[in-house]
Design a protein around this ligand. Sequence first.
Ligand code: PCA
Length: 158
Amino acid sequence: MDGALVFVYGTLKAGEPNHRLLMDEQTGLARLVAPAVTERRLPLVIASRYNIPYLVDAPGQGHRVRGELYAVDVAKLAWLDRFEGVPRHYERCAESVVRLDAAGGATVAAQAYLLRKPKPFMLRLPVMEEYSSRGPHGLEYRSDESLSGASDIEEVAG
Ligand code: PCA
């Protein structure tokens, strides 16, 4: 399948609020490849009034973050870029991840939606190893508003 390998760590994961949008065949194809973990340690935080998860491109802080690796087609990749508000909100970056399935240990060059220019306060938030909207943090994702173009983006990015 032409397209890309995308590492998802937030609301797109199985069981999380936007997973059904990832799997919706109306907007392209996505197939789970394996659970995976980032090779780098990166801060995974929750911010904005929508409680959006952000993997911040600030290596060395935080954990090696767990997520899921998907093979997506060209249509789904384009849809994801729009949905994630690339490049104004997240940027889609190359990120090395390690597969956690039977092919365990295999390093994969994936794509992931990262925040490259965090506000300083974001680097002082509690970091997570694994995201769940309904985690002990109590910051449940608020999906009632569209993310791309949301006016709160300036709150956290840039
Ligand atoms: N969606 C993307 C980036 C953060 C989010 O909530 C993901 O799940 O990887």
